[in-house]
Design a protein around this ligand. Structure first.
Ligand code: ADE
Length: 261
């Protein structure tokens, strides 16, 4: 899959992409990512990418013509038509389902916004506009990285275990169950002890995880994932895909909570 990222701050994109799972996928050629400096598509001596807004007001607006030239160059190189995504707080909310859907595209262009926004005529060339959340970033670079990372996880060969990506609890609409690793018991000092339950001096891994009973472990994990989701993100349960066992565990958990109220 190819990604082209159009930005005025290439360093904000290049360095994070060089590390970790995405960096390795780029090295292997599973992902082909090109970062395009918008200033390379200006025609004036000072490589100006922004201008004052018509009608007045604070801030600067990114000019449309360098962006059109950047898109023309990418289209000539990659072949069109392009899927062009604009990252902005005005966009539709980016979700795990959107990430999975976009991973079906062979190529994606990400346009990173800046300043007070783009000249609105840019939207003529935009396929979709996405927001990563209800807050305003100083620019679209971090949002573009978020979109690329979440989409790339679904591209075969990027994450080692494809099955685990497809069956991610979040993809099914649930939060993850808690995980633990060795040691089975951690002695805690005075400072940490004041931050946890009073009188507790040893933090233990839940017994069931040490039991070797795989059926019990699976059921405990389902219950914990449901319980966390119910407590922290009950809205996710409206669209969650649950099996019979999960539905009955959820009824139990809701019943217990109703009893407590
Ligand atoms: N640019 C600035 N804020 C943003 C957001 N919340 N999502 C996507 N792009 C942005």
């Amino acid at each position: 899959m190819t990604f082209d990222i159009v930005t005025i701050f290439p360093a904000m994109i290049e360095q994070p992409l060089a590390a970790g799972i995405i960096g390795r996928a780029i090295e292997r050629g599973t992902l082909d990512v090109k970062v395009r400096d918008l200033r390379d598509f200006t025609t004036d001596r000072h490589r100006v990418v922004d201008d004052v807004p018509y009608g007045g007001g604070p801030g600067m607006v990114l000019k449309a013509d360098p962006i059109f030239r950047a898109l023309d160059a990418i289209e000539a190189e990659r072949g069109g038509p392009l899927t062009v995504i604009l990252t902005s707080p005005q966009g539709r909310r980016f979700t795990q389902a959107e990430a999975q859907r976009l991973s079906g595209a062979a190529q994606i262009v990400l346009l990173c916004g800046r300043y007070e926004g783009f000249d609105d005529r840019v939207r003529e060339r935009v396929t979709e506009e996405l927001s990563i959340g209800d807050y305003v970033l100083t620019g679209g670079e971090l949002a573009a990285l978020v979109v690329l990372d979440a989409v790339a996880r679904f591209v075969p060969g990027v994450v080692g275990d494809e099955q685990s990506v497809a069956e991610d609890s979040f993809s099914r609409g649930l939060l993850d169950f808690p995980q633990y690793t060795r040691p089975a018991e951690i002695e805690i000092d005075g400072d940490t002890a004041t931050a946890v339950a009073e009188g507790q001096r040893v933090l233990k891994v839940p017994d069931v995880l040490l039991s070797g009973n795989h059926a019990e472990i699976r059921r405990w994990r389902k219950r914990e994932a449901l319980s966390r989701t119910l407590d922290r993100r009950p809205d996710l349960l409206d669209d969650a895909v649950l099996d019979e066992e999960e539905l009955s565990l959820l009824q139990e958990l809701k019943g217990a909570r109703d009893g407590r109220d």
